[in-house]
Design a protein around this ligand. Structure first.
Ligand SMILES: Nc1ncnc2c1ncn2[C@@H]1O[C@H](COP(=O)(O)OP(=O)(O)O)[C@@H](O)[C@H]1O
Ligand SMILES: O=C(CO)[C@@H](O)[C@H](O)COP(=O)(O)O
Length: 529
C-alpha cells in the first residue's frame, strides 16, 4: 500500500478520547483511544465526569484532563511509530454543549506552547474555570426559563435556535458561570473548538453545527442572536465566543509545537472540529429516510432534515454537511451508563451474561415496562426508576432477566415514540444506521429492528463514526479529492453492512407496548406538573 497522506479524526467524547487515521484511499490506517477513568486516573473521574453528592444536578469535567488525554494519545501513537509526517490534515469532534473558559494567560500560553513540555504543563493555569460543565449537567433550569422569557417563550426560542431552553445548552451554562465567578474570562470554547484550539495554538472559532447546541445561534441567519447573547452573558459575550464559522472550514495550520515534539509536517492543516453527533452524521452514508441511532454514553437519534419545524421536544442543528440544511436530534442522558448499571446489578458486570438474561425473557417482557432514569433525563424531563406490570400498575421488584429486557425495550420504545411524534418516521426503504459502543451488541440491534420495524445496518470498519466523520471531513475540506461531493465521498469511504431485520410477528406486540408506554410517560409527566 502506498505511503501516501494520512488524515486524522479525533473524538473528545464523554468517557474517552478516540482517534482514527485514514488513508487517501479512505481505508482506516489505525485507531487509538484513551479512557479518562482508567488511563489518567489522577483526575478521579467516573464515566469521564465529576459528580457532586450535595449538588445532584451538577456534572463537570476538568479541561486539563482532556489536555492530558491528547498528550497521552499522541505519546501512544509515537510509541507505535505512527508516521506523523504523513498527516496532511486533521479534524475532530467533541461531546456537545460543554464549555471551557480560557484565562487571559491561557490564551497567551496557547500561542507559546513549549515543545519540551507536555501540553498539560504548558496549559496548567490556562483555565479561569477548572471544572467545565458538561452535557450531563442539568443545574440551569432558572437560566433556561430566563432565556425563554427573554424571547417570549420556549417555542420562540426553539424557532430561533432550534431548541427550547435546555439545561445542558451552553448559553444557559455560561449564564450560570458568569453569575458565579469574578475570575477574568478571556474566551469561551465548546469542547469541539477547545480541542481544535489545542492544535492550532489559538482559540478556534465555534462551528455552526455544534454552535447550534448553545441556545444562542440563530440557525436561519447562522449568526449569534444578539438578544440571547445579552440575556446570557451581557455585552462582552460576543467577543468571548468570537464569530461562528461554517463547519468543515480550514481554521489554520498545526502549531509548530506538534512538528517539534512529534514530527508532524509543517504543512499539516486543521479543519474545524464540530459536535460528536454532527460529526457522526458526517461519518455515515445515511440516505434520505434513514435514521441514525447512536448508542454511546448518551443515546441519540438523529437524521438529516431539509427544514426546521420549531418544537418543545428535541433539537434542530445547522447541518454539518450543508449549512442550508439541518439535522434533527433527540438525546437521552440515560444511555450506556444506565445499561451498565443494570448490567452490573443483574449480570455481574458482564455483557455476555446481560445478553443471556435477555434471552430468558420473551419480547414484550410479559407486559412489564421500565423507565430507567437514574440521572435526570433529557427526553423527556423525568427522573427515577419507574416499573409497571402488565396492567400498568406500578411495581418495585422484578427479576434480573426482566430488568435487562425492561431497560432495553423501554429505551428503544421511547426513541420510537419521540421520533415518531416529531415526524421522524421510517418508510419502506428506510434503514436504521446504528453506531456507538453499544451497537457492537447484536441483541440490542435486534431489539431496535423489532421495535422500529426496520432493518438495521452498521458500519463495517468501526463504531466510532464521530472520528470517522472527522477524518473524512479533514480530507474533503482540503480538496484533496477533486470533483467529488461530500455524499459521494462518504459513500466511498464508509461501508455499511446489513446487521438484522425485524421479526414481522412482533410488530403488533411492540405497537401496543408503545401505546402503553406513551400513556405511562404522560401520566408521570402529568403528576410532575
Ligand atoms: N457489548 C456491549 N453491549 C452494550 N454496550 C456496550 C457494549 N460494548 C460497549 N458498550 C458500551 O459502549 C459505551 C461506549 O460507547 P462510545 O460510543 O464509545 O461512547 P462515547 O463516544 O460517549 O465515549 C460504553 O459505556 C459501554 O457501556
Ligand atoms: O448532549 C448530547 C447531544 O445533544 C450528547 O450526545 C453529547 O454530545 C455527549 O456525547 P457522547 O459522549 O455520548 O458521544
Amino acid at each position: 500500500m502506498s505511503d501516501g497522506n494520512l488524515y486524522l479524526g479525533f473524538d473528545f467524547s464523554t468517557q474517552q478520547l478516540k482517534v482514527i487515521a485514514i488513508r487517501e484511499s479512505l481505508e482506516i490506517f489505525c485507531e487509538e483511544s484513551i479512557q479518562f477513568d482508567g488511563d489518567i486516573p489522577e483526575y478521579k473521574t467516573q464515566g469521564g465526569v465529576h459528580r457532586y453528592p450535595y449538588e445532584p444536578l451538577k456534572v463537570t469535567a476538568p479541561p486539563l484532563m482532556w489536555v492530558s488525554a491528547l498528550d497521552l494519545i499522541l505519546k501512544k501513537l509515537k510509541a507505535s511509530k505512527f508516521p506523523f509526517e504523513r498527516v496532511a490534515s486533521i479534524s475532530g469532534a467533541g461531546q456537545q454543549h460543554g464549555s471551557i473558559y480560557w484565562s487571559v494567560g491561557g490564551v497567551e500560553s496557547l500561542k507559546t506552547l513549549d515543545p519540551a513540555l507536555p501540553l498539560r504543563d504548558n496549559l496548567r493555569t490556562a483555565f479561569a474555570i477548572e471544572s467545565s460543565p458538561v452535557w450531563m449537567d442539568s443545574s440551569t433550569a432558572v437560566e433556561c426559563r430566563n432565556l425563554e422569557e427573554s424571547v417570549a417563550g420556549p417555542l420562540t426560542l426553539s424557532a430561533i435556535t432550534g431548541s427550547r431552553g435546555y439545561e445542558r445548552f451552553t448559553g444557559n451554562q455560561i449564564s450560570k458561570i458568569l453569575k458565579g465567578t469574578s475570575n477574568k474570562i478571556a474566551r469561551i470554547s465548546l469542547v469541539s473548538s477547545f480541542a481544535a484550539s489545542l492544535l492550532i495554538g489559538s482559540v478556534a472559532p465555534i462551528d455552526l453545527s455544534d454552535g447550534s447546541g448553545m441556545n444562542l445561534l440563530n440557525i436561519k441567519s447562522k449568526l449569534w442572536e444578539e438578544c440571547l447573547l445579552v440575556a446570557s452573558g451581557g455585552e462582552k459575550l460576543a467577543e468571548m465566543l468570537g464569530p461562528p464559522i461554517p463547519t468543515n472550514s480550514i481554521i489554520g495550520e498545526l502549531h509548530p509545537y506538534y512538528q517539534v515534539r512529534y514530527g508532524f509536517s509543517k504543512k499539516c492543516r486543521v479543519v474545524s472540529f464540530t459536535g460528536d453527533n454532527p460529526s457522526s452524521l458526517a461519518g455515515l452514508p445515511a440516505h434520505p429516510g434513514d435514521i441514525v441511532i447512536s448508542l454511546g454514553t448518551s443515546d441519540t437519534l438523529f437524521l438529516s432534515l431539509s427544514e426546521h419545524v420549531p418544537s418543545l421536544m428535541g433539537h434542530v442543528f445547522v447541518s454539518p454537511l450543508d449549512p442550508s440544511n439541518y439535522m434533527g436530534l433527540l438525546c437521552y442522558k440515560n444511555g450506556s451508563l444506565a445499561r451498565e448499571r443494570v448490567r452490573d446489578i443483574c449480570a455481574e458486570g458482564s455483557w455476555d451474561k446481560f445478553n443471556s438474561l435477555l434471552e430468558k425473557t420473551p419480547p414484550g417482557n410479559n407486559g412489564v415496562i421500565g423507565m430507567y432514569f437514574f440521572d435526570a433525563e433529557i427526553t423527556p424531563d423525568i427522573q427515577g426508576l419507574h416499573l409497571f406490570d402488565s396492567n400498568s400498575n406500578p411495581i418495585t421488584e422484578i427479576a434480573h432477566e426482566q430488568q435487562v429486557r425492561a431497560i432495553l425495550e423501554g429505551q428503544i420504545i421511547a426513541k420510537l415514540l419521540h421520533s415518531s411524534s416529531l415526524g421522524y418516521t421510517t418508510g419502506p426503504s428506510s434503514r436504521v444506521l446504528a453506531t456507538g459502543g453499544a451497537s457492537n451488541n447484536p441483541h440490542i440491534l435486534q431489539l431496535i429492528a423489532d421495535i422500529f420495524n426496520c432493518s438495521v445496518y452498521i458500519v463495517d470498519s468501526t463504531s466510532n463514526s464521530a472520528c470517522l466523520g472527522a477524518a473524512i471531513r479533514a480530507i474533503f475540506s482540503t480538496n484533496v479529492i477533486p470533483d467529488t461531493t461530500y455524499p459521494e465521498l462518504v459513500e466511498r469511504a464508509v461501508k455499511c453492512s446489513f446487521a438484522t431485520e425485524p421479526r414481522s410477528e412482533l410488530v403488533s406486540l411492540y405497537r401496543n407496548m408503545l401505546l402503553r408506554y406513551k400513556q405511562l410517560e404522560e401520566s408521570i409527566l402529568a403528576a410532575k406538573s
